[in-house]
Design a protein around this ligand. Structure first.
Ligand SMILES: Cc1cc2nc3c(=O)[nH]c(=O)nc-3n(C[C@H](O)[C@H](O)[C@H](O)COP(=O)(O)OP(=O)(O)OC[C@H]3O[C@@H](n4cnc5c(N)ncnc54)[C@H](O)[C@@H]3O)c2cc1C
Length: 482
């Protein structure tokens, strides 16, 4: 690939995000969304006689909004999904496999840039189930076999190979440019019979006794259930006032794609994570792609960089130049994209479900990306949401009560990664990670977590980190982990 000249970002990170993450109702795409196409012929009408559910708590509009409205009806579906990222597309494909009528409302034209490029092995089974896996392979994305962690100050390091996890059946994942990857998944959902409205912005939602309604810039969509898979824009939570930024975990990131980056020596397809500085409390990622370019980014404490008042480009390069591990890898690097930044990207929601409403993936919660968990958690949530919806349709009951198990599973899965992330930041756990070769059970337990095997209660590291005891709850581990 011919590298494009790196664009300079003059925007100060301290003055706001380049990507409009929250309150993003006025992005360019949403302002000029074009007229949507007609609904698919395959779209079934929603089932009659559904059990009466009370109007959802936190619903953006009152149920009176369900009276005949003036906006044109774009279609009626079993499930309407906001967002055509990996979570939305995977949910749609899984629901189509169940025979449900589904639509996706996506406000951006694809391909479009998105951060979140290193995937986890435990997503693979889900894409096998949704039918997308072969198409992912056919597109030639880089196969990722492991992750390398480095401590910047001492250059101590270790590679974790997925084939060495507790579960031997998940040896690989992918490194992907999301512009291409998300299009593969969305096209797959469309080929499975999903009606894709794109570009079209969802603007509000409501849930009543007999149906849910999604208002968009082009008209209204009626469905039994509306799923919010809008990513960190948190379509529902923002309107419900339910988005809660993590109070003690405020981070800033800056990133770009580059050519001429020195990749991992053990295997050039590995992701490299370099942790640095206790006061700056941050880390770098280096994610290689199959076209020869590499994604490089830095994450650090928001306060530290707010004081420095740097642009995304300055922030990234200052950090690289101060890093023992990164500077040699980036010495000849040439930027080939736009410098971008985000801030305060860890948050959760008060609730993940309500009557006729489900939040999936980042739309419900997002945790620090150090372990590349975002796409996996969103895809896993899509799988769990599809299962819960299958039961809901069988029972003809779309009340929040029906979705409780889903919410519980989302919370417990997220908690496992949070405990792992806390260990990475707040304790001397990384030291333990990079020296884990001498404790094979610990190393394979870490590897399994890095692969996304988060519901495996046979993994003693999970029970230990989440305070439920286990084989690692010994004095040595307590001293090292906290
Ligand atoms: C610094 C950083 C690094 C990261 N690195 C990784 C990584 O290495 N690996 C990883 O797995 N994850 C990573 N992530 C996380 C990753 O970006 C997300 O977890 C992932 O994209 C979530 O997928 P999703 O489908 O839930 O949402 P998204 O991918 O965000 O998709 C949401 C879609 O909804 C659309 N949308 C939003 N609002 C509306 C609306 N009102 N109407 C219509 N459409 C709408 C958007 O246009 C978008 O296409 C990283 C995140 C950050 C901040």
């Amino acid at each position: 690939m011919k590298p494009k000249k790196g664009k300079r970002s003059g925007a100060r990170i301290a003055k706001g995000r380049k990507q409009n993450v929250t309150g993003s109702r006025k992005t360019k795409a949403s302002r000029k969304s074009s007229k949507p196409t007609k609904p698919a012929k395959s779209a079934k009408k929603p089932a009659k006689n559904s059990k009466r559910a009370k109007p959802a708590a936190g619903t953006h509009r009152k149920s009176s909004a369900l009276k005949p409205a003036s906006s044109p009806v774009l279609g009626r579906f079993d499930v309407a999904i906001v967002g055509g990222g990996p979570g939305g597309s995977t949910l749609a494909a899984l629901l189509r496999k169940q025979g449900r009528s589904v639509c996706i409302v996506e406000r951006e034209k694809f391909p479009r840039f998105r951060i979140g490029e290193s995937l986890l092995p435990f997503s693979i089974d889900i894409w096998k189930k949704s039918g997308a896996l072969q198409k992912i392979h056919d597109n030639g994305f880089m196969v990722k076999r492991g992750a390398r962690f480095v401590i910047d100050e001492t250059l101590e390091e270790e590679c974790f190979w997925f084939k060495n996890g507790l579960d031997k059946d998940h040896p690989y994942a992918f490194q992907v440019q999301r512009a291409d990857f998300d299009k593969v998944l969305l096209d797959h959902a469309a080929e499975m019979g999903t009606k894709v409205f794109q570009p079209l912005s969802a603007t509000s939602f409501s849930a009543g006794a007999d149906k849910a309604v999604l208002e968009t810039t082009g008209g209204r969509i009626e469905a039994q259930v509306v799923c919010d898979v809008s990513g960190r824009w948190t379509f529902m939570s923002s309107r419900q006032g339910q988005r809660k930024i993590h109070p003690t975990h405020r981070k800033v990131t800056a990133f770009n794609h580059f050519t001429n980056v020195v990749r991992c020596e053990q295997d050039p397809s590995n992701i490299i994570i370099v942790r640095f500085g206790d006061t700056k409390m941050g880390w770098f990622w280096l994610i290689p792609f199959s076209d020869g370019t590499t994604s490089v980014g830095v994450v650090a404490d928001a306060e530290y960089y707010r004081q420095a008042n740097l642009s995304a480009e300055q922030f990234l390069w200052k950090s690289i130049k101060e890093s023992r591990a990164m500077e040699p890898r980036m010495r000849h690097a040439v930027a080939c994209g736009e410098y971008r930044s985000e801030a305060d990207f860890s948050f959760t929601s008060d609730r993940h479900v309500a009557d006729r409403l489900i939040k999936v993936g980042d739309a419900g919660a997002f945790i620090d990306p150090v372990f590349s968990s975002g796409v996996f958690l969103s895809t896993k949530a899509a799988e769990l949401a599809a299962e819960t919806l299958d039961s809901a349709f069988a029972a003809n009951d779309f009340s929040a009560k029906m979705f409780q198990d889903y919410e519980q599973k989302i919370r417990s899965g997220t908690a496992v990664f949070w405990a792992f992330i806390d260990a990475f930041y707040n304790r001397d756990f990384l030291k333990q990670m990079v020296t884990s070769r001498r404790r094979p059970l610990l190393q394979s337990s870490i590897t399994s977590l890095l692969a996304g095997d988060i519901y495996n209660m046979d993994n003693a590291l999970i029970t230990y980190l989440t305070g439920q005891g286990g084989a690692f709850a010994d004095e040595e581990m307590k001293a090292l982990v906290g």
